[in-house]
Ligand binder design. Structure first.
Ligand code: HEC
Length: 150
């Protein structure tokens, strides 16, 4: 029967979600507003990425990662030898704040961390997810201090 899949699908949907609580599809206006919210955060991340205020030595993220290059957000989580465990993108953002920028690490749930993450992901839209990929190129600059660089 042609509609068997559809009927089974709606039955399953009804069981999993109380139909009265299901949200209606987003309107064009909703989508526009949600996109604007995201872009505000991306813009804030862009500013932070180009600002020396995350560190203490005048460097910015963009000095070593122009346009977000070599941040490889699509390869996380992955084992990071310099951290000594499986790391998330936020862990590596903090590692770079602490070591190359000689700054103070951000709380993982802070607005600044979210903004940096939003900017980095946005600059990599369309990239294929490759969790655990340790072959992606990192900046040509060696950071010769900190954990992992005795
Ligand atoms: C002086 C150069 C330098 C600066 C400035 C710098 N980084 Fe990095 N970054 C590196 C190096 C070198 C690595 C590779 C570390 C490794 O894996 O050995 C790296 C790695 C990363 C990675 C992980 C990439 C991967 O595939 O492992 C992220 C994410 C990242 N940096 C984000 C940032 C952010 C955000 C900032 C600003 C807060 C920043 N970096 C500032 C040099 C820099």
């Amino acid at each position: 029967m042609r509609f068997k899949g559809l009927i089974l699908g709606s039955l399953l949907f009804g069981i999993l979600f109380n139909a009265s609580e299901a949200r209606p599809p987003f309107t064009e206006e909703d989508l526009k507003l949600m996109h604007e919210e995201l872009m505000n955060l991306v813009k804030k991340g862009d500013e932070l990425f180009h600002s020396p205020k995350l560190g203490t030595n005048g460097l910015t993220c963009a000095n070593c990662h122009p346009d977000g290059a070599f941040t490889n957000p699509n390869t996380f989580p992955k084992f990071q030898p310099n951290i000594g465990e499986v790391a998330t993108l936020r862990d590596m953002i903090n590692w770079c704040i602490k070591i190359p920028l000689e700054g103070k690490m951000l709380p993982h749930d802070s607005e600044e961390m979210k903004a940096l993450e939003a900017y980095i992901y946005y600059m990599h839209r369309g990239y294929k997810l490759k969790p655990g990929d340790n072959t992606a190129p990192v900046p040509p600059v060696r950071v010769e201090s900190g954990p992992g660089y005795p």
